[in-house]
Every structure is written in C-alpha cells, then in structure tokens.
Design a protein around this ligand. Structure first.
Ligand code: DUC
Ligand code: ZN
Ligand code: ZN
Length: 472
C-alpha cells in the first residue's frame, strides 16, 4: 500500500449507496484505502462515533457575478468558498455569466480572473448564455463545452438574461449535439412584468409583493414550456430551484411520459415561506426576496416529498449574496426601493448541508444515503465531476466532512460569508461539520477556518453521468 499521509479512523462512512464502518487512508490528496484497520500514518483523525460524508458539491451558487452598479455581490471566491468549506461544501459551481453583446469566452476569461488566487476549495464554472448569437451557437459554446464547461443556465425571466423560446431551442440544440447539461430557470417573464405593473399601479411595492408578482402559476407555465422545448429538441434538461407543488406536478408529468427531466430544489423552499418576505410592509422582508419566492408550509411538504421519492436530483443553495443594510445590496443606492428593484437572492452556501442534515437526516425525513446523493453524488454526476467528486471511494479526492451532532441556535455571527444576515437565524440546528477536508487538507476544524487561498483548483468538467430519471 502507498505510504499514507493521513488516516481518518473509525469513520461511519456514508455514500449514496451504503453506510459502513472503515478507516479512510489518504495520500497525495486522494482516498487510497478503505479498510477495517489501516496502518498508522503521520497524521490521524479520530472519527469514532461520527458520520463521515463526501464533501458537498454546491452546483448552483453565485459568487462575484457582475451586477449592474451600484449592486454588488457580497461574496467573492475568497469569502464564498470560505463559507462553503465551513459548511461542509468542498466543490462549488458558480456561473460565468455572459452579458448581452459580450462573447462567451470573454465572460469565462473574466470569471477566471475573479477566481484566481482566491478559492479555498475546488471550483468549476457553469455558463450563463444570455446572447446566443450565431457565433456563440456555432463556435464558442461547442468549443467551451469541449474544454470542460459542460453545463449552462438558460433564463426564461430577468430582462438582461432571458431568452425567448426560439433562442432556447437553439441553445438546447447545442446541448444535445455536444452532450452538455442545460439548466433552466423557469418563470414566465411577461406574466411577472404584467403583475408587477399592476401591483405598482396599486401602490403595492413593499418586499412582500415580490411573491405576489411571481405566483406559482408563472413557474408552472414556464416549467411546462421548458419541458416541451426540451422534448422538441430531444435533450435532457434540469429545472433549477423548483419551489412547490405546481412545478413539481409538471415534472412528474414529464417523468411519467418518460422525458429526461431532472430537478433541483434549494433550502429556501424547505425552510422559508412567503411570510418571510413580510406580513406587513416592513422592508426587512427584502432579506428573503429571491426567485422563485418561497411559498407556504404545504408546498414545503411537497418539496420534502420530492426529496424522499427521487423527484429531485440535487439540492443546491442558489447562494446569491447581497448585504441587507448596504447601498450595494438590498438597499440599492442606500434606499428602500420598490420590490422590482430589490436584488434577488439569499445567502445559503454555508447552511445548505447543515440544514438538510439537521432536519432531513436527524429529523427522520431522509436517509443518510439520500442526503449524500442530493448534496454531493448527484450534483457531481450531473455536471461531470464524478467519481473524482461526490463520493468516498478509492481514487476520489479526499474531500470529506466529519459531522458533529449537537443542538445550537443559528446566528449570523456563526457564519463565514460576507453577508450581514442569514434567513435561518434563530433556527435550532442539530448538526454542523466538525471537520472539513479539501484534498486531504483541513479547511475547517469545527472552530476555525484554515485559509488556503488559491489552493482551490479549477475543475474541467466531463460529460454528465446521471442515469435517466425514473418514470414516476
Ligand atoms: N434567483 C435566481 O435565479 N438567481 C439568483 C438569485 C435568485 O433569487
Ligand atoms: Zn435562477
Ligand atoms: Zn441562481
């Protein structure tokens, strides 16, 4: 056997397939041995009595994504990957976003510059295609896919990003030809605009009206349309941040017809409701303005059911970090603005795994295997990073989380992002990572963050390797 650098001893190892007891032997940043009793190594970690899972893969998060001034994201690759590591996530996949008129390659180059020398954990990029010109479709996108940027997001809403149906068909055709994964943000832009204008005309501009402008109907319609467009092109699609029953029904319908439609949900749809955007006209609700908006308790249960029964493929954070009390954040220019102008998004890169472990696993809703599948294995498979990422196996990167099971009340001061709030403050959590290893190195020891800026590596992604979803 290779000389081991590190042994994680007496681990209760959870993968997407099994839970078993073993020692984990690590050399050169990779897992090289799994056995009942490994020889002594220069470094040892005793995990006796504790569960060890693969480091999380957060396959939908936004870090240092360019915004229209004065708005700016609070987290860059330094603070964003710091928070990720402290919450048990060891691979992040944020978005290199093309601005209209910009070449895709220029967007990718710019995003690499933003990441350079900063990341504490490994990272890959999705693309956001907002301007599918003939050159982008015929040359840039195929070339980037071939070079390891194998997934991209298509928006059906947001003026600066949205594509019309014809453009979506064009982009999906490239995904089909090149074997890439197409992620779709499904909300009907025209319905949102029409509702927003009516609300504004009635003076209803407080943050809570954001949810009124984006009822589930607009998500349901766009989800159905996205499914139809994917069917027309005959290509798998992944619907991101599914918020509740009506969109879930569309995805079940698609699956029932044998269509390869994957789905993602996020903690905000399990733990928040529209009431978090405010029950009166207080501006505090701006903290939970995200799209699609959180729904209600009944819809939370629908999302939990979808996690349990396999409707959902991945759980991502959709971390989109804006400071609340800041002119570059939720109060653009220092003002409390109408909901249309509130930057969309909530922080969650650090809390994604602990929330699901606490309420899902320890709350008895999902198995440990399902937890691993949703937070690590499936995202790694969906975006061509498996088996290097997302599992505990010989040859995989030594990205591991040792869990501490203890109750505490979450406060923003516990977190390592650069945001001045967490929507989950005051919640009682039942677990938190006691240790996070990235490539065999300790990045979080349960008390302190161990910085390693620039040690996080850029990952070229391969082809998606998810199995076709079950007919359900
Ligand atoms: N919705 C998105 O689609 N992206 C970022 C944040 C949000 O709320
Ligand atoms: Zn989105
Ligand atoms: Zn997003």
């Amino acid at each position: 056997m290779n000389d081991l650098d590190l042994v994680v001893r007496h681990a209760r190892i959870a993968t997407a397939a099994d839970v078993f007891d073993a020692d984990i032997g690590i050399a050169g940043g990779r897992i090289v041995a799994l056995a009942q009793s490994l020889p002594k190594a220069p470094r040892e970690i005793d995990a006796a009595g504790r569960t060890v899972t693969p480091g999380g893969v957060d396959a939908h998060c936004h870090l240092d994504q360019p915004m229209a001034p004065p708005v700016r994201m609070a987290d860059d690759f330094d603070t964003g990957t710091r928070a990720a590591a402290c919450g048990g996530t060891t691979t992040v996949i944020p978005f290199a976003a093309q601005e209209k008129g910009q070449s895709l390659q220029a967007a990718v180059d710019d995003y690499h510059r933003r990441a350079e020398g900063k990341a504490h954990v490994d990272y890959a990029f999705h693309l956001i295609v907002s301007d599918p010109t003939p050159k982008v479709l015929a040359e840039e996108l195929p070339a980037l896919i071939a070079r390891g940027y194998t997934s991209f997001k298509i928006y059906m809403t947001y003026d600066d990003l949205k594509l019309d149906d014809g453009q979506i068909l064009d982009v999906l055709s490239v995904a089909r030809e090149q074997g890439a994964m197409a992620m779709i943000h499904a909300e009907n832009a025209d319905c949102i605009e029409w509702l927003t204008r009516r609300l504004e005309a009635a003076g209803r501009t407080a943050p809570r009206f954001h949810a009124h402008a984006r009822p589930m109907l607009v998500e349901r319609e766009a989800t159905h349309r996205a499914i139809a467009l994917g069917q027309l092109v005959d290509v798998p699609i992944l619907i991101v941040h599914v918020s509740g029953r009506e969109a879930v029904e569309q995805i079940r319908w698609a699956r029932g017809h044998g269509l390869p439609v994957y789905a993602e949900t996020c903690p905000q749809y399990l733990f928040l409701t529209a009431a978090d955007l405010g029950v009166d006209d207080s501006y505090l609700g701006a903290r939970c303005v995200c799209s699609p908006p959180p729904r209600d308790k009944a819809n939370q249960e629908v999302i939990w059911d979808g996690l349990v029964d396999g409707l959902f493929t991945v759980l991502s954070s959709d971390h989109a970090p804006f400071r609340y009390d800041a002119p570059e954040g939720k109060k653009p220019g220092g003002r409390e603005v109408a909901f249309r102008h509130i930057p969309n998004g909530i922080p969650g890169i650090e809390t994604r795994m602990p929330l699901l472990y606490s309420e899902g696993v320890l709350g008895g809703r999902i198995t440990l295997e399902k937890f691993v599948e949703l937070t690590a294995t499936n995202p790694a498979k969906a975006y061509g990073l498996h088996p290097r990422k997302g599992t505990i196996a010989i040859g995989a990167d030594a990205d591991l989380v040792v869990w501490d099971e203890r109750e505490f009340v979450l406060r923003n001061e516990h977190l390592h992002h650069a945001v001045d709030y967490t929507p989950y403050a005051g919640m009682t959590l039942r677990a938190w990572p006691g240790l996070t290893l990235s490539g065999g190195e300790v990045v979080w020891d349960g008390q302190s963050f161990h910085p390693r800026p620039g040690q996080g590596r850029f990952l070229n992604c391969g082809a998606p390797s998810l199995r076709p979803p079950r007919r359900s």
